[in-house]
Design a protein around this ligand. Structure first.
Ligand code: GDP
Ligand code: MG
Length: 171
């Protein structure tokens, strides 16, 4: 397997936005309403077949250290994919994405894929930030924009498919 088929993916964003739940839903097909903030970082891998190629996804979840933006730089180093997660019911979690992005953007691999993910889509009736504003921010930083619910599972598989598609450069 060549390097090209291995993707380092980092998930960043405020505590409680659902990063760990997204990874758990994707890798273990499970969800826990009382997901506890893990201390340290979590590193998980999954091999997916995409467009007749195998891609090894190396997923870094920055558990429990969200207050330390500077630590994110270590996770982000040479990542090909950066997923910025916010909670659609929390304004702050969205506005902090700018800070997350600016903390790590110089550390990512060249031409890294950035994805903004609005999680907790099952709570759409409590959405806190107008979608136009989110899309506008995504456009400014050249990011994909997606929505997920780790709770219902909606959008989770699609999110990783979209990332693989971008990663392999296949439309
Ligand atoms: P992290 O700190 O970003 O890793 O967030 P967690 O994955 O630990 O999730 C924080 C809390 O939000 C937990 O109580 C989760 O059960 C809950 N949560 C995560 N994803 C969702 C979701 O899609 N919908 C709802 N309603 N709650 C969620
Ligand atoms: Mg976590």
């Amino acid at each position: 397997m060549t390097d090209l088929n291995q993707a380092k993916i980092v998930l960043l964003g405020d505590a409680n936005s659902g990063k760990t739940s997204i990874v758990q839903r994707y890798i273990n097909k499970s969800y826990n309403d009382h997901s506890s903030p893990t201390i340290g970082s979590t590193y998980l891998t999954k091999i997916v077949d995409f467009d007749k190629k195998s891609i090894k996804l190396c997923i870094w979840d920055t558990a429990g250290q969200e207050r330390y933006y500077s630590l994110a730089q270590n996770y982000a180093r040479e990542a090909q994919v950066c997923v910025l997660v916010y909670d659609i019911t929390s304004k702050d979690s969205f506005y902090n994405l700018d800070r997350w992005y600016n903390s790590i953007k110089d550390y990512l691999a060249e031409n890294a894929i950035i994805a903004i993910v609005g999680n907790k889509h099952d709570l759409i009736n409590k959405e806190a930030v107008p979608i136009e504003e989110v899309k506008n921010f995504a456009q400014i930083i050249g990011a994909l924009y997606m929505r997920t619910s780790a709770k219902s599972g909606i959008g989770i598989e699609d999110m990783f498919i979209e990332i693989c598609r971008e990663f392999t450069g296949n439309p």
